[in-house]
Design a binder for this molecule. Structure first.
Ligand SMILES: CC(C)(COP(=O)(O)OP(=O)(O)OC[C@H]1O[C@@H](n2cnc3c(N)ncnc32)[C@H](O)[C@@H]1OP(=O)(O)O)[C@@H](O)C(=O)NCCC(=O)NCCS
Length: 178
């Protein structure tokens, strides 16, 4: 497996707008699941507004109903944005049940190269910096790469639940950051 080397995890910021837009356009042309693609439509339609909303979410501003403050990070490899992660600062009961604190995605052309393991590791470091002591990560029972990533990063399976949103079986893992 090709190894990622010159990696940096940066908070969403206009400084990386062009590199982020390049990834967003790739998602829109890719054959990933529709819900993944849809997350990048607003970036292509209104890049400045999209980035501003991400920055506001990190500060807890302008949150839609049911949302909590969350910080979005971009994983950069040599100036190329290769993936995104989100760190929720707190959880609603529904998030505690099936969404968890951290989500991530790697751009379609860069999957299978080790970036998923790295974005999770680096985002856990940010959670630790924020003073979080343990975090919940969840994934679909069938999402083997994501389950591997969580287990490689110290995830301990608590249980599996049926998602009330999708009906899918979700694995719930805890990672101790202390
Ligand atoms: C899940 C995802 C983030 C994985 O990213 P990635 O960069 O391809 O992952 P990595 O290359 O770091 O591989 C992670 C692990 O999965 C394994 N893996 C990768 N692709 C695999 C596949 N198709 N089948 C089985 N295992 C696979 C790797 O071997 C690795 O395990 P190892 O380090 O123990 O060998 C990526 O596929 C993605 O963005 N998917 C869509 C969004 C998503 O599902 N996010 C997670 C939501 S819970």
């Amino acid at each position: 497996m090709e190894k990622a080397t010159t990696l940096a995890l940066e908070e969403a910021d206009p400084a990386y707008a062009a590199a982020y837009l390049d990834m967003a356009k790739e998602y829109l042309l890719s054959d990933v699941l529709a819900h993944e693609r849809n997350m990048f439509q607003s970036a292509v339609d209104d890049l400045d507004g999209h980035i501003r909303r991400l920055m506001d979410q990190s500060l807890g501003r302008g949150l839609d109903a049911g949302m909590v403050p969350q910080t979005t990070f971009w994983l950069l490899d040599g100036g190329v944005v290769v993936g995104t992660s989100r760190l929720r600062h707190e959880l609603t009961p529904q998030m505690l049940r099936e969404s968890g604190h951290i989500g991530y995605g790697i751009r379609p052309s860069r999957r299978g190269m080790g970036y998923g393991n790295e974005i999770c590791r680096l985002t856990l470091g940010r959670a630790r910096q924020l003073g979080m002591q343990r975090v919940l990560l969840t994934c679909k029972d069938t999402n083997i790469p994501s389950a591997r990533i969580i287990e490689n990063n110290g995830g301990v399976l608590e249980n599996k639940v049926v998602s009330r949103e999708t009906g899918a079986i979700m694995r719930r893992y805890w990672i101790d950051l202390r």
